[in-house]
Design a protein around this ligand. Structure first.
Ligand SMILES: NC(=O)C1=CN([C@@H]2O[C@H](COP(=O)(O)OP(=O)(O)OC[C@H]3O[C@@H](n4cnc5c(N)ncnc54)[C@H](O)[C@@H]3O)[C@@H](O)[C@H]2O)C=CC1
Ligand SMILES: O=C(CO)COP(=O)(O)O
Length: 328
C-alpha cells in the first residue's frame, strides 16, 4: 500500500503486531515507498504528510525510528517542528534526503545532528529509484552511521525479500554519493538528450567519480565509500534511467526546453538543481576542480547551451588521467 501526496490520509500499518514503531516524515515518492517497504517487513509504520490531518506530535513521540524523506527545502523547517515538540533521546533519526542546505552547504544528516546532538543519526542512501521499488523490483541500499547499533536497527527495520540493506560507518560519504550524483544525472540526461553515444556516457560517468570524490573527501568522507552502492551504484542507476527527475532535467535542457518549463511539468523534486549551485559555490571557495558540475551550473544558469557545455569539456587542457601518475 502506497500513500501519496494526492491521498494525504496518514496510514498506520500492522496495527495488530506492533513490533517496532517507525514514523516516516514526508509522503512524497520516496517517503511513501519507504513506508511501504518497512511494512513489508512486518513493522508498525506510520506515514506522516504535512497535508494530512494527523498532528505531528501524535506520531513522533513514541517512534523508535524517525525517518525523514522530506525534500531538502523542507528539512530545516521539519527539524524545527520536531525539536519544538521533542523526542526521546533513544529515538533513531534516519535521513533519506539527497541534497545540500543552500545557506550552509551542510548535508541533511549534519543539520539533524546539530539539532539533536545526543541522538543516533543514520543516513539511508543507495541506487533506489522509488518507482521500481514500489513495483517490488529487487534493490539494495545502505544505512550508514557512526553508531553501529543504530545502523543495524535501521537495517533490520527496512530489510525485506526485495530490499537488501547494507550498513557502513561513513555517513557523510554515503550521503554525499547520493547527493552529488544528482548533478551528474543532469549532465547524463544532457548526454543522452543530445544522443552523444555510449562512449561519451562512459567517459562522463567515469570522470564524474573523481570529481565527486574530491568534494567528498574535502568534506570528510572516505574515498572508498564512493565505489559502493551509494556512490558508483547510485551514479549508474540515476544517470541511466528516465525515471530519474534529475536525468529528466538534463534531457529536457538538451531538447531546448528552459529550466522553468521542465520544472513546471516535473513530477516531484529534482534536488540536483539546487545542489549544483551549492556545490559549485563550495568548490570555488575550497578551490576544488569540478569541471563537469561547473558546466551543469552554467547550463542551469542559461550561460551556455548543452552543445557549448560538451565542447567546453572536450576542449579542456590535456592532462594525466590520475593526478598522482608521475609523482615520486
Ligand atoms: N524519489 C526517489 O526515487 C528518491 C528520492 N530521494 C530523495 O528523497 C527526497 C524526497 O524525494 P521525493 O519523495 O521523490 O520528493 P517529492 O517531491 O515527491 O516529496 C517531497 C516531500 O517533502 C515534503 N516536504 C517538503 N517541504 C516540507 C516541509 N517544509 N514540511 C514538511 N514536509 C515537506 C513534501 O510534502 C513531500 O512529501 C529528496 O531529497 C530526494 O532526492 C532519495 C532516493 C530515491
Ligand atoms: O536518488 C534517486 C535514485 O537513487 C532518485 O533520483 P531522482 O531524484 O533524480 O529521481
Amino acid at each position: 500500500m502506497v500513500n501519496t501526496e494526492s491521498q494525504p490520509s496518514n496510514f498506520t500499518g500492522n496495527e495488530a503486531t506492533p513490533a517496532k514503531i517507525t514514523t516516516v516524515l514526508g509522503a512524497g515518492a520516496w517517503g511513501s515507498t519507504l513506508a511501504a517497504v518497512a511494512e513489508r517487513s512486518d513493522h508498525h509504520v506510520r506515514l506522516w504528510s504535512r497535508r494530512g490531518e494527523t498532528p505531528l506530535e501524535s506520531v513522533i513521540q513514541d517512534a523508535e525510528i524517525l525517518l525523514s524523506a522530506i525534500s531538502m527545502k523542507g528539512v530545516k523547517p521539519m527539524i524545527d517542528r520536531v525539536k519544538a515538540i521533542g523526542i526521546p533521546e533513544s529515538t533513531i533519526i534516519v535521513t533519506a534526503t539527497k541534497g545540500l542546505d543552500t545557506e550552509t552547504a551542510y548535508t541533511p544528516s549534519r543539520l539533524w545532528q546539530e539539532a539533536f546532538p545526543d541522538h543516533p543519526i543514520v543516513v539511508l542512501s543507495g541506487p533506489n529509484l522509488a518507482k521500481e521499488i514500489q513495483n517490488n523490483l529487487p534493490a539494495a541500499t545502505v544505512m550508514a552511521s557512526e553508531d553501529e547499533a543504530a545502523a543495524e536497527a535501521a537495517q533490520e527495520m527496512f530489510a525485506c525479500e526485495t530490499f537488501r540493506v547494507y550498513i557502513n560507518a561513513d555517513p557523510i560519504g554515503t550521503e554525499l554519493g547520493g547527493t552529488l550524483k544528482n548533478v551528474i544525472a543532469i549532465a547524463s540526461g544532457v548526454c543522452d538528450g543530445l544522443h552523444l553515444g555510449t562512449n561519451a556516457k562512459a567517459a562522463l560517468l567515469t570522470r564524474a567519480l573523481p570529481e565527486m570524490i574530491r568534494i567528498g573527501t574535502t568534506l570528510g568522507a572516505s574515498s572508498e565509500t564512493f565505489f559502493g552502492l551509494s556512490g558508483l551504484g547510485d551514479l549508474l542507476a540515476t544517470c541511466d534511467s528516465p525515471l530519474s527527475r534529475n536525468y529528466q532535467v538534463g534531457y529536457g535542457l538538451a531538447q531546448g526546453k528552459t529550466l522553468e518549463e521542465i520544472l513546471e511539468h516535473l513530477e516531484g523534486t529534482a534536488e540536483g538543481v539546487n545542489t549544483t549551485q551549492v556545490l559549485v559555490r563550495l568548490a570555488r571557495k575550497e578551490q576544488i576542480p569540478v569541471p563537469i558540475s561547473a558546466q551543469v551550473y552554467r547550463l542551469l544558469k542559461g550561460k551556455s547551451t548543452p552543445q557549448q557545455a560538451v565542447e567546453a569539456l572536450m576542449a579542456r587542457e590535456l592532462k594525466a588521467e590520475f593526478d598522482d601518475l608521475f609523482d615520486d
